[in-house]
Write a protein that binds this ligand. Structure first.
Ligand code: SF4
Length: 462
């Protein structure tokens, strides 16, 4: 049960009535159209019921006015919200809790667990609280195709042109089962919350669901699907979504590229069918923002036309990458170790690549992954020079020093001198502790340095 004694809508067996599911599904559909269509947004306040019915939407726009009307002087906001609003908000809270839970999963590998936590904290600092919440830091993304057939101009991870699939042949299937098992054994739960696409569209591979079924059998979760091809084969998508819902209560996603495509999607699928399918609105005029990352960065004029403003300042870029772990490319038999960051000159696709490997067979993959994981320190490494993250400014403060970034400021009590020493990045922890010994006992300096490390405030070498 949720707050207000409402049954879960994500759990298909929660006992939620069809009427409850249907009402929330139609509100969701109304808000999707509202997000997507600027003409609908503009016309709605003048004639809410007429405009809603003309768009073929069944939600009651007056009952749910607080969900779409942002005029702060409008008295309706002061009133107790209609029960429909409360039911929709409960559903949204449930989805947010689901996302939070994905971020919170832990790994039995202590080095990986500590490293992933540091990346989560770093991302909150570098990308802000909203993006920090949104990034689930899945442990694995797996490509089953080479390139993507969709070719979006804004692709935040610069997908290459589609060049073929990795078929579910008997040889590939045997390797796949080994690889998935190794991921689970070595990385644990975060890998199980991974997904089988990256700079690819899952539906490009006709064997996608067979790979997903093996993944679910071995790692306990059916991978989440995001596709920009919702109309390619609706019957097939329905089957995949049903498998995901039945196995793992997953939420899938459509990336919707135009209003025309959205019209077709709404005509094809009922509101109830898409209750657990999120719509990512990518069309011009949508009330949604794209990340200035990947291919979008190479097309500033196209970006300006689409966003209605020039490219953001370097400190305001973002990312669509949401993996702190392995990016596995099965067709190439290669993997990278990655973590999200704001897109910049060095990492234009919005994620850092910390290691790259090529493998031929399962045992080689296992050894390489093990070696990669062994390089992730659980605690502050005592043999490395420590440097404050380059996106942070080091300022002296009354107590000691402060670190200031785009979104946060952190204050630390410390003897004068520690801030500049950390900024210079020329000393390891013992050298720093010795330099400050007369003003701060060594264990306290080391504890402070460890705290900076745990908070993800130090540059990490790999
Ligand atoms: S955004 Fe997604 S669908 Fe579009 S090109 Fe990139 S990977 Fe393909």
């Amino acid at each position: 049960m949720l707050a207000l004694d409402l049954p879960s809508l994500l759990d298909p067996d929660s006992g939620a009535t069809p009427e409850h599911r249907s009402e929330v599904a139609h509100i969701k559909r109304f808000l999707e159209w509202w997000m997507a269509d600027p003409a609908f947004r503009a016309a709605l306040p003048g004639d809410p019921v007429g405009v809603t019915r003309a768009a073929g939407l069944l939600a009651d726009p007056l009952a749910i006015r607080p969900l779409w009307e942002f005029d702060r002087q409008h008295p309706v906001h002061q009133q107790e919200p209609h029960p429909s609003v409360l039911r929709y908000r409960a559903f949204m809270r449930e989805k947010l809790a689901h996302r939070e839970q994905m971020q919170r999963v832990g790994s039995h590998h202590r080095g990986y667990q500590a490293w992933r936590q540091r990346q989560i904290r770093r991302c909150y600092g570098q990308l802000g609280p909203a993006k920090g919440d949104a990034l689930v830091h899945a442990g694995a993304a797996i490509e089953l195709c080479q390139g993507c057939s969709v070719g979006c101009w804004f692709c935040g991870i610069s997908a290459l042109k589609f060049a073929g699939i990795w078929p579910y042949s008997s040889e590939n299937a045997a390797l796949w089962k080994q690889v998935v098992e190794i991921l689970g054994q070595q990385m644990g739960e975060p890998a199980g919350r991974g997904f089988c696409y990256w700079a690819t569209d899952p539906l490009d591979n006709p064997d996608y669901e067979r790979f997903c079924a093996d993944f679910a059998e071995r790692l306990g979760h059916f991978p989440q699907t995001t596709t920009a091809q919702p109309m390619k084969d609706p019957a097939r998508f329905r089957k995949i979504h049903a498998m995901a819902r039945q196995h793992s209560h997953s939420i899938d996603r459509f990336s919707v590229l135009s209003l025309g495509m959205l019209r077709k999607v709404l005509a094809e699928y009922s509101a109830e069918e898409l209750l657990c399918v999120e719509m990512v609105m990518q069309m011009e005029g949508a009330w949604a923002s794209k990340a200035y990352a990947g291919r979008a960065r190479t097309l500033p004029e196209r970006w300006a036309k689409s966003a209605g403003q020039a490219a953001p300042d370097p400190q305001d870029t973002s990312t669509i990458a949401c993996v702190s772990g392995i990016l596995l490319r099965m067709p190439e038999r290669s993997f990278e170790w990655i973590t999200p960051c704001p897109a910049d000159e060095q990492w234009p696709n919005g994620y850092k690549v910390l290691a790259r490997h090529q493998f031929a067979e399962g045992p080689e993959f296992a050894a390489q992954l093990q070696a990669t994981l062994a390089r992730l320190p659980e605690r502050l490494p005592l043999d490395q020079k420590l440097q404050i993250r380059k996106d942070l400014r080091v300022l002296s403060s009354e107590k000691g020093f402060a670190l200031e970034g785009t979104f946060w400021r952190h204050e630390f009590a410390a003897p004068p001198g520690l801030g500049p020493l950390l900024e210079a990045g020329q000393s390891d922890p013992m050298e720093l502790a010795l330099a400050l010994e007369e003003r701060l006992p060594m264990p306290e300096t080391l504890a402070l340095l460890h705290n900076l490390f745990e908070q993800g405030l130090l540059e990490e070498t790999f």
